[in-house]
Design a protein around this ligand. Structure first.
Ligand SMILES: Nc1nc2c(c(=O)[nH]1)N[C@H]1C(S)=C(S)[C@@H](COP(=O)(O)OP(=O)(O)OC[C@H]3O[C@@H](n4cnc5c(=O)[nH]c(N)nc54)[C@H](O)[C@@H]3O)O[C@H]1N2
Ligand SMILES: Nc1nc2c(c(=O)[nH]1)N[C@H]1C(S)=C(S)[C@@H](COP(=O)(O)OP(=O)(O)OC[C@H]3O[C@@H](n4cnc5c(=O)[nH]c(N)nc54)[C@H](O)[C@@H]3O)O[C@H]1N2
Ligand SMILES: [Mo]
Length: 676
């Protein structure tokens, strides 16, 4: 008998993550048997995370949805019966057609997010444009405040090749936890520190990335902008700034200098609650290494002042001319890859009602008029776990006539659906992936047939499109010829065969970002003063600090009842709300509480606590730890209401960031109490 050896193929993890890891996947008898990092790829040199390694368990695990389902029980209860695709699509077709005829296409909300990156997910618009329109959301749950802030300041969001960090003498890690969320950059941070670089970590807690830090600063949540302005003022006063760089490449410095005079260090220490000597020590580090790398994460911008915070932080390296050179620079995300073109779009209909800020989906869903939103189609998203104010969202969803959810799992959102359509995993379709942790473009390969009756979005929309009589040229099949057309219409100098072997880097890619000292702002310089801040957002053109909402100063009445700030970071073993239900990764939800706060409430190690505020409550296990300062409770986001009874976003409010229409998840006051 001949032995069947597994075949190995290269592909890429398409998850919404900095990693965008190149994978080597073993396939045996049509099944994925092993996933490892591609050692030959310049992207990750073999590194991948625990989620990637566990992907076969996700694809073949008992949790995977394999057939279309129709709800039989109450919404949210999770009771469904299996139906055929024909039945599922017929039901959807009838309802959508009637809604469109009676109320217009805007009575349907098409809601998607970024479970996976990849240009092929645009296939949905081939259907919705031909449907004649829809209602949609704007803004973001993720980093839209920061993207807007950095674009306004620098003209582009990009950073040096991450391996350049090895040339750094000083690295500042600010509101970022790459040990969990960006393992490739963490690799180079560690190497730099091993070679003698100093590391400063600024976080509201002791995070997983800062273990080797030479200095740790713990600001009061949401006050980082104030800290940045205070440091700027002191650097200017101590004459540590690079006048040449500022004169040649920046705009508005004189006004900025006046602004930061309002932030002397003693006042900054009061506002941020960081001991004065620690801020002075940090300035000492910058004095010794004025050309340094500042890595800023997404944690700091999940506040109502998030955009201005990022403006203030991103301007710090500019002061010492720490931009456009080796071993330094401002890192947030790297978006140098060209935007890929989806060459199959039908003409855009006029009736697209882009009217709901995603941060306010819960309260705005039932508030749309002429027409009301009657139906929602959800794909690549789990709003019932990942969006704020879940209790309000559940009530709003309950009022709808039709909820369709395409997903791989019975998520909190899928539980609300009338019809669930089983979607494909990353090994079951082709795509082209542009990430944000590096600028390579990679080919995602279809390596296996889908289990059960799972279908890719392109097929779902083709089948439904046929019922409506839509032009199927706008609904291409998911195959390599479709990928070839995207490559040529996007002017990429590569092809499918080459992409099967290695990732693609665009010829204009800069290893040293802004090495040409060109800044794509209206003034063609880095903008300390941004007129567009006022014109677009009605905000101060200078990055002035303002107190965010829902804390002891801005809402003393709420604080009186709920005195703890709830901060939720991204978890190592989850991808946002994904992987939560995979049995081997399941865990009991927990919350970090400082010993002082615990003692005050009679809470002991491993006690169960009720965490609550005016918006909701849930039960978690208390981990008593000094890693978090008094006044803060910290945990990781992504547990499900339906599986863990611990949906954190029952507690979060619908706050929007100052710019970019982002979601301010961390402006959230709660109280905890021991459960008997
Ligand atoms: N393993 C894993 N990787 C992921 C993801 C995942 O879910 N799991 N998600 C991906 C996505 S979508 C994103 S957006 C990124 C997010 O990745 P990161 O940029 O690392 O963002 P967060 O985990 O939200 O927060 C980072 C840190 O900010 C801190 N923080 C919160 N508030 C403040 C504050 O006011 N001041 C300061 N100084 N620090 C604060 C938190 O304590 C946390 O340690 O990760 C991506 N990568
Ligand atoms: N409290 C709190 N809330 C947060 C955050 C936080 O830090 N704290 N972070 C926010 C951030 S940064 C983000 S980016 C958002 C993420 O929120 P979402 O964008 O909603 O992402 P996920 O929660 O990962 O949900 C994606 C869903 O798509 C499904 N899916 C996966 N692949 C496919 C596919 O190919 N097709 C279809 N149809 N479905 C698929 C997954 O199973 C999953 O249920 O959450 C935000 N929510
Ligand atoms: Mo995100």
């Amino acid at each position: 008998m001949t032995k069947n050896y597994p075949l190995a193929f290269f592909t890429v993890c398409p998850k919404d993550c900095f990693g965008s890891c190149s994978l080597e996947v073993e396939v045996e008898r049509g099944k994925v048997v092993k996933v490892r990092g591609n050692r030959n790829s310049p992207v990750n040199q073999g590194r991948i995370c625990i989620k990637g390694k566990n992907y076969p368990n996700m694809v073949y695990g008992p949790e995977r949805l394999l057939y279309p389902l129709q709800r039989i029980g109450k919404r949210g209860k999770g009771e469904f019966k299996r139906i055929s695709w024909e039945q599922a699509l017929d039901t959807i077709y009838e309802k959508l057609k009637n809604l469109k005829e009676q109320h217009g296409p805007e009575s349907v909300l098409y809601y998607n997010r970024f479970a996976n990156l990849g240009v092929v997910k645009n296939c949905a618009y081939g259907f919705w444009y031909q449907f004649g329109g829809f209602t949609s959301t704007y803004g973001g749950l993720c980093d839209s405040a920061a993207q807007e802030a950095i674009n306004l300041t620098y003209g582009e969001v990009k950073h040096n090749k991450i391996s350049d960090l090895e040339n750094s003498k000083l690295i500042i890690l600010w509101g970022s936890n790459p040990a969990y969320t960006n393992i490739h950059i963490m690799h180079y941070i560690n190497r730099a520190v091993d070679k003698g670089a100093e590391l400063i970590t600024i976080d509201i807690r002791e995070n997983e990335s800062g273990a080797k830090s030479h200095l740790y600063l713990n600001p009061r949540p949401g006050t980082d902008g104030c800290l940045a302005l205070g440091i700027a003022n002191q650097l200017i006063e101590d004459k540590l700034i690079d006048h040449n760089f500022i004169n040649q490449h920046t705009f508005g410095f004189t006004k900025f200098k006046e602004l930061v005079k309002n932030y002397p260090l003693d006042k900054v220490s009061d506002t941020t609650e960081i001991p004065l000597h620690k801020i002075e020590t940090m300035i000492g580090f910058i004095k010794n290494a004025p050309e340094y790398a500042l890595i800023c994460g997404m944690g700091v911008q999940r506040y109502t002042n998030g955009g201005q915070t990022i403006r203030a932080i991103s301007l710090l390296p500019v002061l010492t001319g720490s931009i456009g050179k080796k071993g330094c620079g401002f890192y947030f995300s790297d978006r140098q890859a060209p935007e890929l073109n989806w060459p199959f779009s039908p003409p855009k209909p006029k009736r697209i009602r882009n009217s709901i800020p995603v941060a306010k989906l819960a309260s705005e869903l039932n508030n749309q008029v002429d027409p009301l939103v009657k139906a929602v189609w959800i794909e690549q998203a789990n709003p019932m776990t990942s969006n704020p104010s879940i209790n309000i969202l559940a009530r709003a969803m309950n009022k709808l006539d039709l909820i369709v959810v395409a997903d791989l799992f019975l998520t909190d959102t899928a539980r609300m659906a009338d019809i669930i359509l089983p979607a494909t995993s990353m090994f079951e379709y082709y795509d082209l992936i542009t990430g944000y942790g590096h600028s390579y473009i990679q080919l995602q390969q279809k390596l296996i047939e889908s289990p059960g009756e799972c279908k890719h979005e392109s097929e779902i929309y083709r089948l439904l499109g046929k019922k409506f009589g839509f032009n199927l040229d706008y609904l291409p099949e998911n195959n390599l010829s479709t990928i070839e057309k995207i490559i040529s219409s996007s002017n990429l100098n590569t092809d499918v065969d080459e992409l099967k072997e290695k990732p693609y880097l665009h010829p204009s890619y800069q290893e040293i970002a802004f090495g040409d000292l060109k800044f794509n702002t209206p003034i063609q310089k880095v903008e300390f003063f941004s007129q567009r801040m006022r014109d677009r957002w009605g905000e101060d053109p200078l990055p002035a600090y303002s107190e965010p909402v829902e804390n002891k100063y801005s809402s003393p009445n709420i604080y009186y009842k709920y005195p703890l700030s709830l901060i939720s970071s991204h978890a190592y073993n989850k991808m946002n709300s994904q992987f939560s239900d995979i049995s081997i990764l399941k865990e009991e939800p927990f919350v970090w509480v400082n010993p002082y706060d615990a003692a005050k409430r009679g809470i002991n190690k491993n006690d169960r606590v009720k965490m609550y505020n005016g918006r909701g409550s849930l039960i978690l296990k208390a981990i008593i730890t000094k890693k978090v300062t008094p006044g803060i409770v910290h945990t990781y986001f992504g547990w499900w209401g339906g599986v863990h009874q611990a949906n954190l976003n029952k507690l979060t409010g619908e706050y929007i960031s100052d710019i970019g229409h982002g979601t301010a998840f961390h402006n959230c006051l709660v109280e905890i109490q021991k459960v008997k």
